[in-house]
Design a protein around this ligand. Structure first.
Ligand SMILES: [Zn+2]
Length: 186
């Protein structure tokens, strides 16, 4: 069975963030939120540091807004280095895609892809007492799907004003990696 949410490591870290609400007690809002996301109830608009969504439930639209912290300067610099290298190593990668191994590299360097629930500022005008409400959870599930489709979105969310690109001339890296002795050797 293919994963409906979190088909890539990029989306999966976001799904884990959403489901971390289960840690303390079972949250009945999670299956409902999954069902809303599955049925495209949430219409997302995503930019660096912000996710907005109109979540329609029984004909009522809930306007969800989620603010996410940007990467710190250290995280940003290190992420740019790792992403630039990963893209340079994989010139054939489709636009918007990122290699799975890069997610592990970032994690090893303590660079968070997803934002823990208590580090994001989520607002929804609904009157549910329990937070995050089902509309916020549905928005995050939908976000994980968008990220599965286009992993680069996970990076763009955390790094304003930066669009990751491969090194201008990928051949340069390849030549630099060649051993001149072996290349010209007899
Ligand atoms: Zn709500």
């Amino acid at each position: 069975m293919s994963a409906e949410f979190g088909a890539t490591p990029w989306g999966r870290v976001w799904v884990r963030t959403v489901e971390s609400t289960v840690a303390s007690a079972p949250n009945p809002a999670l299956p409902k939120a999954r069902s809303l996301a599955r049925n495209h109830a949430a219409t997302l608009s995503v930019e660096a540091g912000r996710v907005e969504a109109d979540v329609v439930v029984s004909g009522v639209t809930h306007q969800v807004r989620i603010e996410l912290p940007h990467w710190s300067e250290r995280e940003q610099a290190e992420a740019e280095r790792l992403i630039g290298k990963a893209l340079g190593d994989r010139p054939g990668l489709a636009a918007g895609d990122l290699p799975d191994s890069l997610e592990a590299d970032l994690r090893r360097d303590d660079i968070g892809i997803a934002v823990p629930l208590d580090a994001m500022e989520a607002t929804c005008p609904c009157r549910t007492r329990r937070r995050p409400c089902v509309h916020v959870l549905a928005t995050l599930y939908s976000l994980s799907q968008r990220i599965d489709e286009r992993p680069m979105l996970a990076v763009e969310l955390r790094s304003p004003g930066w669009s990751p690109t491969a090194p201008a001339d990928p051949d340069w890296t390849m030549l630099a990696d060649l051993d001149p002795e072996g290349f010209y050797g007899s």
